[in-house]
Design a protein around this ligand. Structure first.
Ligand SMILES: *Cc1c(COP(=O)(O)O)cnc(C)c1O
Length: 392
């Protein structure tokens, strides 16, 4: 039985991994809305609390629906262990605080989610955990930023919103040569398109809020890695500090994982078609999408990912005024900063997701005033094109 499970393909694991049926014989996974669990005796309670006996105590620590989600995502990422969190940001925070101490140093890609930059520069810095930011694709810059205090390298690939990539396997070698952990925020690709652990990364982080939910309903996150690093280090902080995933959200994410691969395939197809169309528009200066021949890292994307993702960014020939005009002329596409939804979303990064960065930080990250990000949903691509053409 166990041998058979190890042979199961991705799609099979996505619908079956982690499920333990109750005595009711339910076919779909059960939701367990309970804060605590009952013990058979005082002695059992004591054994659970001391860790002598495995089992549920309290839902801040473990919950059966959440555990099913964790085991399923671990099975998809090829990780030994996964812990679920209340949001993507709490997954990132728990990783940093659970694994680092005052005086430690992080090397991070400059092109990361805006809030992660704020977490590093405003809050981790307050705990005397410093960060050096480097250009994502530049392997030499990563290596030369590593000091004797560096414990962790952090990145997203492809990056948000410019879809830069880094060679994960090459960076994993650099990280391990210097005794550092390589942490990849795999939100843009999901395990359906990219498996960072198989490429040498130590930890994979998710905002489940995005493609794992896939329909814009619930907030959640996850950290995948080894039992020692994630199951003890990260989980130790989580169960104490409390940003754990709710049982209801875990159930929604479980259902999301079941259709993840086919949804990602559809997002990729729509995004490629839209990116090719945008490249032919006279109002557009440049299109950023790893699936385009014109993307400087197209070959790496083909090697490292099994699809190019659902996010397309483009620069208009004008600045903020033209950008806002295009956004305001849309009638169908949703003006919202979320991504990974069935509904296509459009955003102006410079004044929204990256609005809290200083103008210098934005410039360094390549976020110009004429940049637009579209997260392609599952509508007919012709309808998305027609909607974007209105304001061009
Ligand atoms: C949205 C996002 C996050 C943060 O996740 P939340 O669930 O919003 O807390 C982190 N990383 C990336 C790449 C994201 O897109």
């Amino acid at each position: 039985m166990k041998d058979d499970k190890e042979k199961q393909g991705f799609s099979t694991r996505a619908v079956r991994a982690g499920q333990v049926r109750t005595a009711e014989g339910e076919h779909s996974e059960a939701i367990f809305p309970t804060s605590s669990y009952v013990f058979a005796s005082a002695a059992q309670a004591a054994a659970r609390f001391s860790g002598e006996e495995a089992g549920n105590i309290y839902s801040r620590f473990t919950n059966p629906t959440v555990r099913t989600f964790e085991e399923r995502l671990a099975a998809l990422e090829g990780a030994e262990c996964c812990v679920a969190t209340a949001s993507g940001m709490s997954a990132i925070t728990a990783t940093f605080i659970g694994l680092l101490k005052s005086g430690d140093h992080i090397v991070s890609s400059r092109s990361i989610f805006g809030t992660t930059t704020v977490l590093l520069t405003n809050f981790m810095a307050k705990l005397d955990i410093s960060t050096t930011f480097v250009d994502l694709p530049d392997l030499a810059a990563w290596e030369s930023a590593i000091t004797t205090e560096t414990k962790l390298l952090f990145l997203e690939t492809p990056s948000n919103p410019l879809t830069d990539l880094v060679d994960i396997a090459a960076l994993a070698d650099i990280a391990h040569k210097h005794g550092c952990l390589l942490v990849v925020d795999n939100c843009f690709c999901t395990p359906a398109l990219q498996l960072p652990i198989a490429l040498g990364a130590d930890i994979v982080i998710h905002s489940a809020t995005k493609y794992i939910d896939g329909q814009g309903r619930c907030m959640g996150g996850a950290v995948c890695g080894t039992k020692e690093v994630v199951g003890e280090g990260v989980f130790g902080f989580l169960r104490t500090a409390g940003p754990t995933m709710s049982t209801f959200n875990a159930w929604v994410f479980l259902k999301g994982l079941e259709t993840l691969k086919i949804r990602m395939k559809a997002h990729c197809e729509g995004a490629l078609e839209l990116a090719q169309w945008l490249e032919s528009q006279s109002a557009v200066q440049r299109v950023y999408y790893p699936g385009l021949q014109s993307h400087p890292q197209h070959e790496l994307a083909k090697r490292q990912q099994s699809g190019f993702g659902g996010v397309v960014s483009f620069e208009l020939k004008g600045g903020q005024q033209e950008g806002w005009k295009l956004i305001d002329a849309t009638q169908m596409v949703s003006i919202t900063a979320n991504l990974g939804d069935t509904k296509t979303t459009i955003t102006h990064p410079a004044t929204t997701t990256h609005g809290r960065l200083t103008p210098e930080q934005r410039q360094e990250a390549g976020i110009s005033d004429g940049l637009i990000r579209v997260a392609v949903g599952l509508e007919d691509v012709e309808d998305i094109k027609r909607d974007l053409a209105r304001g061009m």
